[in-house]
Design a protein around this ligand. Structure first.
Ligand code: IMP
Length: 429
């Protein structure tokens, strides 16, 4: 197989970074197709923890080519810092980073608009990462965004920047009553200074990827965030501003959906969410606290404590449908080692009636009552387990239950942060 995609099935932080890192070994290209440095992909290699925000996790594998697709919004300074970080950890980034000239640039005013908008929303705030993601995508959809290709031409860039700064200044002052701290000269010269450092990585990634696929090279698409944070099919408005399900791959890369051969989802053995929005299986008690403590559930981009709850299979099944998943990898199984009983949500009740579809509105989702199935815990340490037969019977039954309910296989189970703390039931490539 030549193309494979990995996407989150919940609200992000499912441990995609580790799985992508493992799959990268057999890939030629690893491709991000949406989002920006709001993502935080944690990968542990030989005991060292790496957190990547923009570069695909595949960058940690020498020689692999990494693409930042046209569907991304890119903070150039963050990109440069990550390239420097890669060098500092002894990896050579040269000749293997390809940034789409069609991707949009995040400017300082996007971050200010993000903060101003969140402040105005007050209690109804989304809890964004404040990286300027939403405002950058707003400019893209509003056709006033500045793309990386625009930076190549001084006059085009100056003209677009002047217009944007004027519009943003008016918006911040008169809509948000928010202080403006940028001026043309500073933003222009700073952007150009950073752009010159990364300019060699910028190219036409649409042609690059299509040619690679047509030549039979192996391309791995790496989703950031997850299906329930997708701007269209996620729990709107408590979502990110891009198509973070597999639906975003064609638009975010210029690769036809007909060329994506297999799509796998990642689900944590329980559920977490950062930021605001409905979360039917959330546990605000000592069980939720134990999940947070055992799973080290603190945001890798913002450091915020993540909200924790039982595995919501009804929501994951929605992701299986939307992405047409070929399988679901289960991560962090070992976090459940401490529990006598494990609850799994297998349906929702809305206003006293059992429903057969995942609600489309946040209001409905906030009213649903989860229907639980209780499974016996295993109370045995599974951290570091590498073979299916070494899992306790109850843990095997938990995985089988997930497969039966979702109707797709669980091809891999992750039992710890290291590459080799993984049970591989069947190869994904
Ligand atoms: P934004 O992407 O910064 O606009 O944030 C929108 C929502 O997506 C907020 O609830 C964030 O907490 C959430 N979000 C963004 N990136 C991630 C991620 O990588 N993992 C989990 N949640 C995320």
């Amino acid at each position: 197989m030549a193309t494979l995609a990995i996407v989150g099935t919940q609200w992000g932080d499912e441990g995609k970074g580790k799985i992508v890192d493992i799959l990268s070994e057999k890939a030629d290209y690893i491709v991000r197709f949406q989002g920006g440095n709001n993502a935080g992909h944690t990968v542990v290699v030989n005991g060292t923890k790496y957190v990547l925000h923009l570069l695909p996790s595949g960058i940690l594998h020498d020689g692999k080519k990494c693409v930042l697709g046209n569907g991304m919004v890119i903070d150039l300074e963050s990109l440069w810092n990550e390239v420097e970080f890669i060098r500092r950890v002894g990896k050579n980034p040269e000749g293997r980073i390809f940034v789409s000239e069609r991707a949009h640039v995040i400017f300082p005013y996007h971050k200010e608009l993000d903060a101003a908008s969140e402040k105005l929303k007050g209690d109804g705030s989304i809890g964004t990462t404040l990286k300027g993601i939403g405002p950058a995508y707003r400019d893209k959809a509003g056709r006033v965004g500045i793309r990386i290709a625009d930076l190549k031409d001084e006059e085009t860039f100056k003209e677009k920047l002047r217009w944007n700064l004027r519009e943003k200044e008016l918006t911040l002052k008169h809509v948000y009553n928010y202080p403006v701290s940028f001026n043309f000269d500073e933003v222009y010269s700073h952007t150009m200074k950073v752009y010159e450092k990364v300019a060699d990585y910028v190219c036409d990634t649409v042609s690059l990827l299509n040619r690679a696929i047509d030549n039979g090279e192996r391309v791995l698409f790496e989703g950031a965030q997850a299906t329930l944070l997708d701007i269209d099919v996620g729990t709107y408005p408590f979502v990110t501003s891009s198509n973070s399900s597999a639906l975003g791959i064609p638009a975010g890369t210029g690769v036809s959906p007909k060329k994506i051969e297999k799509i796998y989802g990642i689900a944590k053995a329980y559920t977490t969410r950062v930021g605001g929005g409905p979360f039917p299986t959330e546990l605000k008690d000592s069980v939720g606290e134990l999940l947070r403590a055992r799973g080290h559930e603190y945001g890798s981009t913002t450091g915020r404590p993540r909200r924790c709850g039982w595995l919501d299979l009804f929501a994951v099944k929605f992701s299986v449908m939307v992405n047409n998943l070929d399988g679901v990898v289960i991560t962090k199984l070992d976090v459940l080692d401490a529990f006598d009983e494990i609850k799994v949500c297998v349906g929702y009740e809305l206003d006293g009636e059992v429903i057969d579809r995942f609600p489309s509105t946040a209001k409905e989702l906030s009213r649903v009552k989860p229907i639980y199935e209780t499974l016996p815990g295993w109370k045995t340490e599974t951290t570091h387990v590498k073979r299916w037969e070494d899992l306790p019977k109850e843990a095997q039954n938990f995985i089988r239950f997930v497969e039966d309910y979702l109707g797709v296989p669980v091809p891999m189970v992750s039992t710890g942060p290291q590459r080799d703390e993984t049970i591989t039931c069947c190869e994904l490539w």
